[in-house]
Design a protein around this ligand. Structure first.
Ligand code: ZN
Length: 454
């Protein structure tokens, strides 16, 4: 982490690590771990070769001072003192054994919380309503991956990265000031698709959006170009796990991580052809996740000239070009999905947002998305809506394109725009409601997004 990003391995990186999936992990290592990293890592183990002599040296000192009888007491007191200092200074957050123990305890607490919450919602089961139960509902939520609005032509980027969106932009609702609550897939989507948010992060285990739609009489689909998460009890795994029909495209692990989102289109077709009257389809793209060059077919390799950036080196040029190609390919995929959805004569919408943004040599001299190294572009995301002519807007619908929104409240927006009614919906947190209330967008350790990057 230090060699690549000049940061220490912190708690947020650790939590991403234990909640990620094998693909992401192998991709990260391919991208960032080379001979240099391996050699430096091995150097850390050299003291271990001398461990025996180090231990006897310490014991020798203890014997000399004749504190043998109190050895354990002394050691105990010293350990306690060190732990207190480490905990107080938060140095302990960088200690791997500590992180592992802590995450096990947290995991256990989480389980207990879910059990309590579930028994609570089971008791008011009949309060989940669909106001448009008399209509055919087909909703598509496309979750982009690592796409920052700062690289989209639709949001003012100088390159032609979203030709399709550009063509139909008058028929879209384009929200200009939307950010993700975190810069990792796991943290960000856990909040976006559950009752959890910045103020109440514990609730990421409460009422996954898929569970809610199931309870409201919908058939739920989860089509993903990611692998299932390592930890099935984690918030995001619970969201996808609750979908009635699931598809994870993980065959690419054996194919050198060459993953193109086009591979999902047949699955989208199948879901749309399903004749159940109420459907919601979540489509989780691999989008523009590194390794960027593996995200698009050869014919989408359109940007190859020298891009605009203040960081003048070949690697930066190459990554920017590859990233822009990947963004352009996402635009193509969305076009395909929308064409398919348009053939449905239903009460339908298409929502597109990205789990988080990405830094690609725009403000800082690196590429990727790490909470331990935040930049504005790692938070700035697209948020776009398309509605069919048959769409039944909620009574309190209002479109304010400049509304400041953070997607940790997205659960409420999706539930609201879909015409669902239940006691958990808070319209003040829906970007689509006239009852929407502006809130301070806090990120990281309580930083105000509006001023943090200035
Ligand atoms: Zn992501």
């Amino acid at each position: 982490m230090y060699l690549n990003f000049k940061i220490h391995f912190g708690p947020s990186s650790f939590f991403v690590l234990i909640n990620t999936n094998p693909d992401e992990l192998s991709e990260f290592s391919n991208e960032f771990i080379g001979a240099r990293e391996l050699v430096v890592t091995l150097l850390f183990f050299i003291p271990l070769l001398r461990l025996n002599s180090i231990t006897s040296a310490i014991l020798n000192v203890t014997y000399k001072f004749k504190f043998v009888t109190y050895k354990f007491l002394k050691l105990g007191a010293c350990t306690l003192l060190f732990l207190t200092v480490f905990k107080f200074t938060r140095i302990i957050d960088h200690n791997l054994p500590y992180l592992i123990c802590r995450s096990f305890i947290l995991n256990h607490k989480d389980k207990k919380f879910v059990e309590d919450f579930n028994s609570q919602i089971e008791t008011n089961n009949n309060s989940f309503k669909n106001k448009n139960n008399n209509l055919n509902n087909t909703f598509v939520v496309v979750i982009g991956e690592s796409v920052t609005s700062s690289h989209m032509q639709l949001y003012g980027y100088y390159r032609n990265t979203t030709p399709f969106f550009q063509k139909i932009k008058d028929s879209l609702s384009i929200y200009e000031d939307v950010i993700s609550p975190n810069t990792s897939t796991f943290h960000s989507l856990s909040k976006a698709l559950t009752l959890g948010n910045y103020e109440d992060p514990k609730k990421v285990l409460a009422l996954p959006i898929t569970t809610l739609f199931n309870k409201s009489g919908f058939k739920t689909f989860w089509i993903s170009n990611h692998s299932p998460a390592f930890n099935p009890g984690s918030a995001l795994a619970r969201v996808s796990g609750q979908a009635q029909l699931k598809f994870f495209n993980s065959k690419a692990v054996v194919m050198g991580n060459l993953k193109h989102d086009g591979e999902l289109l047949d699955k989208v077709d199948e879901a749309l052809k399903d004749d159940f009257s109420h459907k919601i389809i979540f489509l989780h793209l691999i989008g523009a996740h590194f390794s960027y060059e593996n995200r698009y077919p050869e014919e989408f390799n359109v940007f190859s000239d020298k891009p605009k950036t203040k960081f003048k080196d070949e690697m930066a040029y190459q990554k920017i070009n590859q990233y822009d190609n990947a963004v352009r390919y996402s635009d193509f995929i969305l076009n395909k999905v929308l064409q398919k959805l348009k053939t449905e004569k239903a009460n339908s919408y298409l929502m597109y947002f990205s789990d988080h943004g990405e830094e690609v040599f725009q403000d800082e001299d690196f590429y990727g998305h790490l909470e331990d190294k935040p930049t504005k572009n790692t938070f700035k995301i697209p948020f776009i809506m398309w509605y069919s002519n048959h769409f039944k807007y909620p009574k309190d619908y209002s479109y304010k394109k400049k509304r400041k929104y953070m997607t940790d409240d997205l659960w409420h927006s999706i539930v609201h725009i879909s015409g669902l009614k239940n006691s958990f919906l808070d319209k003040r947190r829906s970007i689509f409601s006239s009852e929407f209330v502006n809130r301070k967008r806090l990120i990281l350790e309580g930083e105000n997004y509006e001023t943090f990057f200035e």
